[in-house]
Design a protein around this ligand. Structure first.
Ligand code: PRP
Length: 208
C-alpha cells in the first residue's frame, strides 16, 4: 500500500504545519520549505507531500489524490468540499474580518462593494445581515481595493493586523476565528483507519 499522501498549503500556513509535523516526530528534510518541487516522497516519515495552493487542498482531498490535508478553516468555509474535518490543529491562528477605510467616502446611495478572496463567505455573511452588497472577487493583495476606490470594504484574513495598518485600513467586524484543520478523504479514512489513527494521535496530542 502506498504511503499516506498529505496535501500542504503553500504560503502562510506551511511553516507552522512543517514545524508541527517535525515536533510530532515526522522526520522532514529542511529543504521542504524552499523547494520548487510540488510532490515530495518522504519515505522515512511514511508520507508523500503535495505542496498545493491553499484553496485547492480540499479539492485534492475530496477527489482522493491526497488522503489527508492541512488547511485553514477560512478555506473550508469558502470551498465547502466533501471531506472529513478530523482535527483542529490550533496552528496559524487568525481571523476572517470585514475591514475598510476608517472614514469611508459616502457611497451616494450606490450598492456597496466588497472585495475579497472569499466570495462565498462574504456573500453569506452580508446576506445573513440583510445587507445587499456587490462582491468583487480578487485573488490577493485585497487591501488595495479600498485604497484605490474599487470597493468600500474587504473581507480578508487578519493575523498580526500589520497589513491593514500599513495600508491605512481598520478592522470593522470580525466574522470568524480561524485555525488550521486536518482534513481527510472519506474513503481513504475508512480504508486506512490504523494509519489515520496514528496521525490523529500524533497531531492531536494532549495540547488540543
Ligand atoms: C494574508 C491576508 C492579509 C495578510 C494579513 O495575505 O490576505 O493580506 O495575510 O496578515 P497580517 O494581519 O499579519 O498582516 P497573504 O500573505 O496570504 O497574501 P495575499 O495578499 O496574496 O492573500
Amino acid at each position: 500500500m502506498r504511503e499516506l499522501r498529505l496535501a500542504l498549503p503553500k504560503g502562510r500556513i506551511l511553516d507552522d504545519a512543517l514545524l508541527l509535523l517535525k515536533e510530532q516526530g515526522y522526520p522532514l528534510p529542511e529543504e521542504i520549505a524552499d523547494t520548487r518541487k510540488l510532490l515530495l516522497a518522504v519515505p522515512e516519515a511514511g508520507l508523500e507531500l503535495i505542496l498545493a495552493k491553499p484553496m485547492d487542498v480540499p479539492t485534492y482531498v475530496e477527489y482522493g489524490v491526497a488522503d489527508v490535508g492541512i488547511v485553514g478553516k477560512d478555506v473550508l468555509m469558502e470551498v465547502e468540499r466533501d471531506v472529513y474535518e478530523l482535527l483542529d490543529l490550533g496552528i496559524s491562528p487568525c481571523r476572517l474580518s470585514v475591514a475598510g477605510l476608517p472614514e469611508p467616502a459616502p457611497s451616494a446611495g450606490l450598492m456597496r462593494r466588497v472585495a475579497t478572496k472569499y466570495p462565498n463567505v462574504a456573500e453569506r455573511y452580508f446576506r445573513d445581515k440583510g445587507e445587499q452588497v456587490e462582491i468583487i472577487h480578487l485573488n490577493g493583495s485585497i487591501e488595495l481595493a479600498p485604497i484605490l476606490g474599487l470597493a468600500d470594504r474587504i473581507v480578508d484574513i487578519v493575523s498580526t493586523g500589520r497589513t491593514l495598518k500599513e495600508n491605512g485600513l481598520v478592522e470593522l467586524e470580525p466574522i470568524a476565528p480561524i485555525t488550521s484543520r486536518l482534513i481527510a478523504n472519506r474513503s481513504s479514512y475508512r480504508l486506512r483507519g490504523k494509519i489515520f489513527q496514528e496521525l490523529i494521535d500524533r497531531l492531536g496530542g494532549e495540547r488540543r
